[in-house]
Design a binder for this molecule. Structure first.
Ligand SMILES: Cc1cc2nc3c(=O)[nH]c(=O)nc-3n(C[C@H](O)[C@H](O)[C@H](O)COP(=O)(O)O)c2cc1C
Length: 141
């Protein structure tokens, strides 16, 4: 039984490469062992993360990482049972939102500044789809 979960949160400290790298290192170390794949979008003080895998594994990771003091204001945007994964190529792929084409964000939002708190969960999901389609996700297997 596979599920996909998407949430948004705010970085407690200004987002820099070192903090993102340390999160991605944890993800790389743990996710493969638990059959979890996904992507982590970061930028503008925000994390937007999609997790997919077994229901218990995804639920356990989510309840664990929402207590991580490096982020706050965690809001669950989307949770669904799925037949297949979208991010099977990544234990945790990453997208630097600062490097995104502003028009991609503008397509779905009021301004070119991505704010998943201000749009529906469906819109965030569609944006994540576009990131896949436009190959904006950077590798980490
Ligand atoms: C935005 C964000 C995303 C994270 N994503 C993951 C992840 O996908 N997998 C993971 O194992 N840890 C992730 N972490 C780190 C976990 O919160 C936690 O630090 C890590 O699992 C190590 O836990 P431990 O210190 O209890 O061993 C993330 C943390 C943050 C702030």
């Amino acid at each position: 039984m596979l599920v996909r979960l998407v949430y948004v949160s705010r970085s407690v400290n200004p987002l820099d490469e070192a903090s993102t790298e340390s999160i991605l290192a944890s993800a790389k170390a743990n996710n493969a062992a638990h059959g979890i794949t996904g992507i982590l979008c970061h930028g503008g003080g925000i994390y937007l993360q999609a997790l997919e895998g077994g229901r218990q594994a995804v639920n356990a990771l989510y309840t664990h990482l929402i207590r991580d003091a490096r982020h706050a204001d965690v809001v669950l945007l989307h949770y669904e049972e799925i037949k297949e994964r979208r991010y099977s190529g990544w234990s945790m792929g990453q997208v630097n939102l600062a490097k995104l084409n502003a028009s991609l964000v503008l397509k779905y939002s009021e301004t070119s500044q991505l704010d998943p708190y201000a749009v529906s969960g469906d819109i965030s999901l569609i944006l994540l789809e576009e990131l896949m389609a436009t190959a904006a996700i950077m590798g980490r297997s």
